[in-house]
Ligand binder design. Sequence first.
Ligand SMILES: O=C(O)CCC(=O)C(=O)O
Ligand SMILES: [Fe+2]
Length: 349
Amino acid sequence: MEKPKFKTVQEVVAAGEGLPDRYLQAPTGDDNGIPLNASIPEMDIPAIDLSLLLSASEDGREELNKLHLALSTWGVVQVMNHGITKAFLDKIYKLTKEFCALPSEEKQKYARDIGSIQGYGNDMILWDDQVLDWIDRLYITTYPEDQRQLKFWPQVPTGFRETLHEYTMKQHLVIKQVFKAMARSLELEENCFLDMCGANATMDTRFNMYPPCPRPDKVIGVKPHADKSAFTLLLPDKNVEGLQFLKDGKWYKAPIVSADTILINVGDQMEIMSNGIYKSPVHRVVTNREKERISVATFFIPGADKEIQPVNGLVSEARPRLYKPVKNYVKLLNNYYLQGLRPIAASLI
Ligand SMILES: O=C(O)CCC(=O)C(=O)O
Ligand SMILES: [Fe+2]
C-alpha cells in the first residue's frame, strides 16, 4: 500500500531544508562507483523519415531496413516527417514549462490520489527505504476519449487541455503508421500489431519535470527502466541532456535532437509481440545541477483485455517462442518497476 502524501521535488527544493537522504542512490555494485554525472559516450540514434516508411518505392524499402536495424539494436529511433509541425511541438513544450512553473497550490489541484498513478505528483512511495527519483510529473490518460478523467487535465495554462487533445489525436495517427511500418519491416501483415493491441488500447501522456539538483553525481532523475508500453513517443528536452540508454552493459547519452523530431523507443509489449527481435531498451535520466529539464512521453498501451504474445509470423523452429502470453501487463507488473526490476523477465518462457 502506498505511503501517505509526500512532498514533490519542487516542494522539497522550496522548503530549503537541504537534500533528503532518500533521494541519494545507494551504491549498486554494478556501477563500479562511477558518479551518475560522469562523462559517457554519445550514441548515434538513427533517423527515419516516416513519410517514406509506408511508400512502396525503393526508398521506402531502404527506410524499412533502417528501422529494422535501429529497433533490433538500440530499440530507439528519431522520427521525422511524422506530420506534426515543429510549431505544434514547440507549443507542447512551452505549455509544459508553463505548467511546471505554476505555484505548488495550483498544481496540487490536479494531485494524484494515493495509490493511483494518474494526476500530478511525485514517485509512488511503497516502502520506507525506497530511493526516490528527482522528478515531478503530470500523468494523464488521453485516449480513448471516454477514458479521460478531466479533473487531472490542467485548466491553467490556457490552452493546455485543447492542445493536449489535439496532440493526442495527432499522435494517434503517427502511432498507427509506426505500427504498420514496424510490421512491414518484419515482413508481416501490416495490421498484425494493431489487431493484437485491440480496440481498447490506451494512450497515457507523462509530463516529466526535473528541477535542478544539488547532487547530480548521486541523485537520479528516473531510475533505469524499460517502458511497459508497446512503444513510447518521446519529446526529450530540446536544450538539456539527461536521457541515457544501456547497451551491452554500458550507458550512452542520447544526443539533443532537433525540435521537429520525435524519439520512439520500443516498449516491453512490442518486444514480446516481436518475439524479442525489437528490443525494449533500458534507459534512465540523470539530473543537472543548474538547469531544469522537461520531457513529454506518450505510452501506447495494448488493451487490458487482450493477450499480448509473439505474433505467429515470428515464431518458428529456428526462432522458438520466447515469451508467455501476458494480459494487462502494466498493472500486473508495476511493482517490479518500482523496485528497479525488469518486468519482462517475468514473462520469459
Ligand atoms: O525524460 C526523458 O527523456 C525520458 C523519460 C522516461 O523515460 C519515461 O517517462 O518513461
Ligand atoms: Fe521511459
